[in-house]
Design a protein around this ligand. Structure first.
Ligand code: GLU
Length: 491
């Protein structure tokens, strides 16, 4: 297998979003890094939905996450919708798996039952804080005697299960950060099973990563402190911890985590705003990855070819809309008129026959930065009835020198050309300039009335597009209609 993930081969990675919101750009970036490592290393990517927070999770968000991932061109080999040999892939459907792992840890003395109620914990925490001590779980229940424990059991007291953090140094192996070493004494005995019998986030993640045979955990660096707990759990459960890659979080321009305060944050927002998925993916990849040269434009396929974790930096990733806009423009330029037309159709009010629509879109595409920008383009000129010019435009037109002769020249030139294609249109404009020159006119003397008489506007798309849209004959008809309007005014 070609080794494009740096030194990574056949990685089994997972993207593990909680469906508690629409797919955030930051999460999309995490998904992208996972996908690039999976695809570049010849491995597999799993979509795992961490939906244990029933209150905040919803099917609507699940759908948005999957649709948004697909829209940006990321697929997955295993997941709730496509299945796979390591399912189920929704944590809510895996609740039956976790208790046996907790039981094992209890049996081996690596975990213990904690009967402290939330009220008791709060009281002791307040006391500690009041005395100026930092609070961490005080291991009260680890010190219970057999009798005390038996009594609490006899009373039917609910209990949580806490992991007994062993002494010593914990090492998180991180691709970007090397060996991150933390003294275990800094971590308190965290809960692995809640008193309602549900696994905590830490236990669920680790058991899932073990049972799904995940080799690389790629996620945001807000999980770095969790990774220390996770390494402890992997080790206690007799499993080799995976390799980690904690990438920097996506920040707004003010250096705080990108949030609604900064504007649109979800992938679907950007789709609705008219960004191209390939531009968004290109942008997200470049946020903290560099190919090692100045190249900036990549299709998703090229990213798979070029991406290597060696080029990822742990430095800050600041969201820069101007850069995204620039990339969007570059990716739009790469589209044919026909491809672009397919993409802007949903943003258009006017309907034209397909071929005319392509010409209309081609005529305004230079002014567009996003697909939605089509709405701001002067496409209404193409639905303007012939000869119906505003008073202002008529006055403008009347100011043009040698107007009658210029309009006559336009009509006679257009009428010479029955065919309608780009070369003819360009030829007509050249000919009009030539004719103007021969008469001792400026080119404007004929080109200005051309635009005004045909479209009723003083500015607009390149004249060649106007000829192609209406055809030379159609342009002649429109000029004649305007001539009639002028004559009627004179009467
Ligand atoms: N579900 C966690 C999140 O949404 C991800 C946990 C992980 O990747 O280990 O942030």
């Amino acid at each position: 297998m070609i080794n494009r993930g740096g030194d990574i081969q056949n990685a089994r990675v997972r993207f593990a979003p909680s469906p508690t919101g629409r797919l955030h750009l930051g999460s999309a970036r995490t998904a992208l890094f996972n996908w690039l490592v999976a695809r570049g290393s010849g491995g597999a990517i799993i979509l795992r939905l961490e939906d244990t927070d029933k209150e905040r999770s919803s099917e609507e968000f699940e759908r948005d996450i999957m649709e948004s991932l697909r829209w940006i061109g990321l697929d997955w080999d295993e997941g709730p919708d496509v299945g796979g040999g390591y399912g189920p892939y929704r944590q809510s459907e895996r609740m039956g798996i976790y208790p046996e792992y907790a039981a094992r840890l209890l049996e081996e003395g690596r975990a213990y039952r904690c009967y402290c109620t939330p009220e008791e914990l709060k009281e002791r925490k307040n006391a500690a804080v009041g005395e100026g001590r930092a609070w961490r779980y005080d291991r009260k229940c680890l010190g219970l005697t057999e009798e005390e424990r038996a009594l609490l059991e006899a009373q039917g007291r609910p209990y949580a299960v806490r992991f007994r953090v062993p002494e010593g140094e914990v090492t998180v192996n991180d691709v970007l950060r090397g060996e991150v070493k933390v003294d275990a004494s800094e971590i308190d005995d965290f809960i692995i099973m809640r008193s309602d019998g549900r696994a905590s986030f830490h236990l669920a993640v680790v058991v899932d990563d073990i049972t799904m045979e995940v080799t690389h955990v790629i996620r945001g660096d807000d999980h770095l402190t969790n990774a220390v707990r996770h390494v402890l759990l992997f080790t206690a459960l007799g499993a080799e911890p995976p390799m980690f890659l904690h990438h920097s979080l996506l920040m707004g321009i003010d250096g705080t985590k990108l949030s609604k305060r900064h504007g649109a944050t979800s992938v679907s927002d950007y789709r609705d705003m008219g960004y191209l998925p390939q531009a968004l993916v290109n942008y997200l990849a470049l946020l903290s990855w560099s190919p090692g040269n100045d190249r900036e434009i990549f299709t998703p396929g090229e990213l798979v070819e070029e991406f290597s974790v060696g080029g990822v930096s742990a430095g800050k990733a600041i969201f820069d809309l101007d850069k995204l806009n620039w990339l969007n423009r570059q990716h739009m330029k790469a589209l044919s008129d026909s491809e672009l037309t397919d993409l802007v159709i949903d943003h258009l009010d006017q309907s034209f026959p397909r071929q005319k629509l392509e010409i209309a879109v081609a005529s305004v595409r230079n002014g567009m930065e996003t697909l939605a920008d089509i709405e701001k383009q002067p496409l209404d000129i193409y639905v303007q009835p012939a000869g119906k010019l505003s008073e202002k435009s008529l006055k403008e037109l009347e100011k043009s020198p040698d107007l009658k002769e210029a309009l006559g020249l336009l009509v006679s030139t257009f009428r010479k050309y029955p065919s309608n294609d780009m070369a003819t249109a360009e030829g007509i404009v050249v000919e009009l300039r030539q004719e103007a020159k021969e008469r001792g006119w400026k080119a404007k003397t004929v080109l200005w009335p051309f635009r005004l008489a045909v479209t009723g506007q003083t500015v607009g798309p390149d004249l060649t597009y106007l000829i192609m849209f209406w055809g030379p004959g159609g342009c002649a008809d429109r000029v004649e209609a305007t001539m009639r309007t002028l004559e009627e005014r004179d009467e």
